[in-house]
Design a protein around this ligand. Structure first.
Ligand SMILES: NC(=O)c1ccc[n+]([C@@H]2O[C@H](COP(=O)([O-])OP(=O)(O)OC[C@H]3O[C@@H](n4cnc5c(N)ncnc54)[C@H](O)[C@@H]3O)[C@@H](O)[C@H]2O)c1
Length: 331
């Protein structure tokens, strides 16, 4: 079988994706594109065999790729993914897939009409503690779960000063949908479907951010588990801390990040999960996408799964705004 031909649109995180395609033997990275010529030039300096573009449409027409990796700002995702599908391409899209329920419905319709595959990157599923949590649940070692926590405490000031669209009032991007979606996605992956959200948020730490920079949501899941997902953009922590806190509480055991306790009457100690060094999660996602395309399988986060994540986040945001419980739209 001939190698698939991929192009990458947007060279912020997209640079990592591009390197991901370069290291995968089943795909050829043909071209990259960014409206910022400097970002294109920087990439081509190290990879002169790859073609560079500053215009998306020109790249699609010239390269006729099989895959478009869309790594542009959130508010461009719908339009850029739709154009790729119209050109008969499979799409690997960054989270959040889209920003509204109407856009989610529109993108689902476009994917269904295209018979192409769309995957959304949710790389937290590939962190060692998330993999450990999934394994403990699937082995039933924690018993019947009753409570789960996924929180991400970040200091986004420096990143948002560099990529100003993140904190622009023109393209509002709520913290829960932007980064909190990782925590929400983990809870949904580990626990199941969300039935209802209640939430609080405030705007006290990162006051330049044009919206609430801290949100905490309680979800009631269809299976009865209660989950708490949280995101902060203005927390101040030593480097490398706060990225993800994951806790699971079950009738037989408890997980706190990389350690878990399965014991009776307080006997025994915490055990530590194996935390082997993992391959770059953005590359792992590229590998998974290529494998799915080659095997004709659905990716782990397909367009419907990504729409459910968006719906769960939007329910949390609406609940924080109104002070009332909100049920997410079903996809
Ligand atoms: N999964 C994760 O952990 C993770 C991490 C970072 C970013 N992201 C997502 O990736 C996306 C991009 O974020 P980023 O941090 O790379 O942003 P960024 O601003 O660093 O990069 C976006 C790039 O897109 C380019 N661009 C904008 N419009 C374009 C167009 N019409 N054609 C071609 N290029 C265009 C910009 O010039 C810029 O270089 C966002 O949706 C974000 O949520 C996900």
């Amino acid at each position: 079988m001939d190698n698939l031909r991929a192009v990458v649109l947007g060279l912020g995180l997209g640079r990592q994706r591009a390197l991901g395609y370069l290291q995968n033997n089943g795909v050829d990275l043909c071209a990259v594109c960014d409206v910022d010529q400097n970002r294109v030039n920087d990439f081509l300096k190290e990879h002169p065999e790859v073609h560079g573009y500053v215009d998306y449409q020109t790249m699609l027409t010239a390269e006729k790729p099989d895959i478009v990796n869309v790594s542009t700002p959130d508010w461009m995702h719908l339009q850029h993914a739709q154009l790729a599908l119209q050109h008969n391409c499979h799409v690997l899209l960054e989270k959040p897939m889209v920003r509204t329920l109407a856009d989610a419905e529109e993108l689902i319709a476009a994917v269904e009409a295209s018979s192409r595959t769309l995957m959304v990157g949710q790389n937290y599923r590939r962190t060692p503690i998330a993999v450990l949590a999934k394994q403990l649940i699937s082995e039933g070692r924690l018993g019947t779960l009753f409570y789960a926590v996924a929180e991400t405490f970040q200091n986004k000031r420096r990143q948002f000063a560099k990529s100003t669209w993140y904190a622009s009032a023109e393209y509002p991007r709520a913290a829960l949908l932007g980064t909190g979606i990782h925590a929400v996605d983990l809870l949904r992956w580990l626990i199941g479907e969300v039935e209802e959200a209640v939430a609080y948020s405030n705007h006290r730490a990162y006051v330049e951010f044009p919206g609430d920079d801290f949100t905490m949501v309680m979800y009631r899941f269809a299976n009865g588990v209660i989950g708490r997902a949280g995101v902060a953009y203005g927390s101040v922590l030593p480097r490398g801390e706060g990225g993800l806190t994951l806790q699971l509480y079950g009738s037989d055991g408890t997980l706190h990040n990389d350690r878990f306790y399965v014991g009776e009457n307080g006997q025994g100690e915490w055990e530590h999960g194996e935390m082997p060094p993992v391959k770059n999660p953005f590359w792992q996602e590229v590998d998974h996408f290529i494998e799915c395309l080659q095997a004709g399988k659905s990716p782990i986060v397909d367009v419907y799964e990504a729409a459910r994540n968006v719906a769960a986040c939007l329910a949390g945001i609406e609940a924080a705004k109104t002070g009332k419980p909100v049920k997410p739209m079903r996809f």
